[in-house]
Design a protein. Structure first.
Length: 369
């Protein structure tokens, strides 16, 4: 009997020791990751501030930031950046600075003085985040087709903000074609956008307009003077963000998050896979453009790490798009036989955008339609 008790005692001691060792390893990995993250963010934040304060460059302020601010009919909702300024975009390989046009978009200003053949709407993949203007999708497609394209993309734009930009700026150029680049997170983005009554009442439920083509000075003033977007305020937020990262480390440690990542046992965060609202809005945009005799194309940028359920839901969504006779291209087919890590960091690099534009042009020959 005593031997049996001793065996049980030894078992629990061994079990406790093993768990303790695992937690020591887990916590050590967490600390290493924290120090690495802290140092990288600290360097990045100081670089960001130095560029903005010493080179007369403006910070990038995504229109989606105004979704969380109280909006009323007397205010305007910006859909672009400060006009005719140098804007600090982002850093996925190096800091990228772009020159905005007269309306605060990522185009050569002279593009607005020519006949516009096509307009591209969407989020940061449209904008060309983290690459130079000449290397984004729109510029590549313009070069391939010898057509004049206008880029109305902004980081974080969901389908409703994209539709709003199209109505305010795109339609006025009388384009022959509209290309809409969407990403899988548009499901969440649209849910947030639909909660903003100003956007829904202006662009979804009614055929209204803010007449932003005539209000760029007001947009510039709003972007430059809103306290929340002050450089010092944002810098302080960025610095504070890495100070509080230890809370995430403790939470992660409790679930052995760092160790599970190392042996690829971490489940992806469960994301909303209901494309119905996105599909309904794309269908609405298609009808809107069809009534104006404008061709509508969709570029579906996909996450290469999709699981089986996500692939299945995406396939259903694409099938519904095809049933509406909307022309589309899926980036899974674009990069099918290529090593995607060479072209996708957080966004596509210049080589990724070049391949995407080439595949789109080869499929639809937009200069010959």
């Amino acid at each position: 009997m005593f031997k049996h008790i001793k065996n049980i005692k030894n078992f629990y001691i061994a079990l406790f020791s093993t768990v303790f060792i695992f937690y020591i390893c887990e916590f050590s990995l967490g600390v290493v990751n924290y120090i690495k993250y802290k140092n990288e963010e600290k360097i990045r934040a100081h670089e960001w501030k130095e560029i903005l304060t010493t080179q007369n460059i403006k910070k990038y302020i995504a229109p989606k930031n105004f979704l969380s601010l109280k909006t009323n009919p007397q205010t305007i909702f910006p859909l672009s950046q400060v006009s005719n300024k140098r804007i600090l975009s982002c850093n996925e390989n190096e800091w990228v600075i772009i020159d905005t046009d007269r309306y605060g978009f990522n185009n050569l200003d002279s593009s607005w003085d020519q006949d516009v053949d096509f307009v591209v709407i969407g989020d940061s993949f449209t904008y060309g985040f983290c690459v130079k203007t000449k290397d984004n999708f729109v510029s590549n497609l313009s070069s391939l087709s010898n057509l004049n394209g206008i880029n109305l993309g902004q980081a974080g734009n969901g389908p409703l903000l994209s539709f709003a930009a199209l109505k305010e700026f795109g339609i006025a150029t009388n384009p022959q074609k509209v290309i809409h680049i969407i990403y899988e997170n548009d499901i969440t983005d649209l849910d947030i956008e639909l909660q903003n009554s100003f956007l829904t009442e202006t662009y979804l439920n009614n055929n209204k307009s803010q007449n932003l083509l005539l209000k760029q000075k007001q947009v510039d003033d709003l972007l430059l003077k809103t306290p929340k977007f002050n450089t010092e305020y944002i810098f302080k937020e960025r610095v504070e963000s890495y100070k509080n990262i230890y809370k995430q480390i403790l939470k992660k440690t409790w679930k052995f998050g760092n160790l599970r990542e190392r042996i690829y046992l971490v489940r992806k965060t469960k994301v909303n896979q209901d494309y119905s609202k996105v599909f309904n809005l794309l269908k609405k945009i298609n009808i809107y453009l069809k009534n104006k005799n404008i061709d509508y194309f969709i570029v579906i940028v996909t996450d290469p790490t999709k699981d089986k359920i996500e692939k299945k839901e995406l396939s259903k969504f694409i099938y519904k798009i095809s049933e509406e006779n909307i022309k589309y291209i899926n980036t899974d087919e674009v990069f099918d036989n290529l090593e995607i890590k060479k072209y996708l960091i957080g966004h596509y690099n210049e080589f990724g955008y070049k391949i995407l534009a080439k595949k789109f042009y080869e499929k639809y020959q937009i200069d010959k339609q």
